[in-house]
Every structure is written in structure tokens, then in C-alpha cells.
Design a protein around this ligand. Sequence first.
Ligand SMILES: Nc1ncnc2c1ncn2[C@@H]1O[C@H](COP(=O)(O)OP(=O)(O)OP(=O)(O)O)[C@@H](O)[C@H]1O
Ligand SMILES: [Mg+2]
Length: 256
Amino acid sequence: MGKTLSIQNVKKSFTVDGQKVDVLKDINLEVQEGEFIAIVGHSGCGKSTLLKIIAGLEKNDTGLVTVDGKEVNGPGMDRGMIFQEHRLFPWMSIEKNVQLGLKGLSKEEKTKLSDQYLELVKLSEFKKAYPSQLSGGMSQRAAIARSLVSQPEVLLLDEPFGALDALTKIELQEELLKIRERFHNTMLMVTHDIEEAVYLADRIVVMSARPGRIKDVIKVELGTYRDRGGSDFAHYKKKIFDYFFEEKTVVPEYNI
Ligand SMILES: Nc1ncnc2c1ncn2[C@@H]1O[C@H](COP(=O)(O)OP(=O)(O)OP(=O)(O)O)[C@@H](O)[C@H]1O
Ligand SMILES: [Mg+2]
């Protein structure tokens, strides 16, 4: 089952060359159990920093992040993160990479779990292969299996499909929806792909830059199974698109 996530008044700045840079300011967001949130915003507006704070890999300067009411103080098994690049260890087989997050289990238990998740992402045949022997899409599937194997209730995805070709991306989006249906994880996904956000999310968080703030949160009311070619779908795409190009130029593709 997924968990609720609460972000209250989060602020974060970094110091670069003695200069303080405000990266995130006034970030407030309540995420329901099992909800899928997409985060969109210009490059550098603090999306990855926000995910890292939730993952416990960065510390917020002020404010509070809680998962099911418990303050986040560092990484934990309840949260899994998938990065844009797969971050698999090249010297380990896929199976060993997937088993990395499993602690305190016997060899047999680890194998059983990694087999189960490799099957889920259709990589059973490649469990003895090394990352260099897989395609980009397969590596990202392995990374998904690795983050799911410890059964995190909250899954944080930082542009997980950004480097993939369009067809592989669509395939993995479908797989992500199946995973969600099966495990009911709460998911937060950063994406630069507006169509991906509209296809997957219950709500889309639009961020503005310098410092990164939440500009708007849009509820996508398109039901469970979405038609990428539908006029309602195009309406949401245009709505998000217009946040980034405020002069509201009519772009033929989005002209409905
Ligand atoms: N460890 C760090 N030290 C100093 N500055 C950092 C650090 N991490 C991020 N930043 C700065 O914080 C800002 C936000 O970075 P972040 O990676 O969160 O952006 P982003 O929205 O994920 O961008 P992109 O879409 O390009 O991935 C950037 O200006 C970046 O230079
Ligand atoms: Mg980023």
C-alpha cells in the first residue's frame, strides 16, 4: 500500500562560490496514499533537489517533510528512487544489482525476490547479464526492479524515461501503470514530457524557477485509461504548455 506524503514550507538554498542561491521556496504539497504526482518545470528550477529531499538524500533548510506523519531524516526503505540514468553497478550482474537493496535476508530469499521483480519487468532471461550488455530501456527496467524489490510505498522517479526513444518510453509508462495498479505505490515523477505527465498523473505540479516554487497544481480528470489522441487530453496538454509559454502562442499540435 502507498503512504501519504506531506511537504510543508520547505526551503532550500545552496552556496556556490560563496554565493547563496535559493533553489526551493515555500514548497507545500500534500500527497494522498497511492496518488500519482507529476512535477514539471524549467531546467534548474529545483525538481531533482525536491525529490532528493523527500528521499532523504538532501536536507531541507527549513520546513518539514513527513511520510505517514513521520519526519524524513535520511534515506529509508519506505522510499525508493529511480534516477534519469540507471545507476546500475557495471561490475555486477543484473540479478546482483537488483538484490543490492535487500538486507538481512538469506541468499535463497534474495534470489526469490529478485526473480519475482525481474519477471515483472520482463528481464528474467537477462538476470546473469551485465549492465553493458543491456539496451537503455532494459537498463531502466532493471533500475525499476531494483527500486521495487525492497517494496517501497513511495516511489520517486526523476525523469526515469528521459533518455529513451518514444516507443520504449510508452512501453515503460504502461508498465509503470501496471505496477501502480498492483502495488498501489504513491508516486512522484519529475518529467520534461508534458504528454507523459498528462498520461500518468492524477495531479500535475507546475514549478516556476529561481527560486523554485509551486506555481500551480492541476488535477487531471481523465479517468484511469487515457486516450492520448483525445480532445480532453489535448486540452490538458495545452493548459500545461501555456504555463511555460505565457504569451499563449497557438501551436498547431495543441490547437484544439
Ligand atoms: N549539490 C549542489 N550544490 C550546489 N548547487 C546545486 C546542487 N544541487 C543542485 N544545485 C543547483 O540547484 C538548482 C536546482 O537544481 P536541480 O538539479 O534540482 O534542478 P532540476 O529542476 O532538477 O533541473 P533539470 O530539469 O535540469 O534536471 C540548480 O541551479 C543547480 O545548479
Ligand atoms: Mg533534475
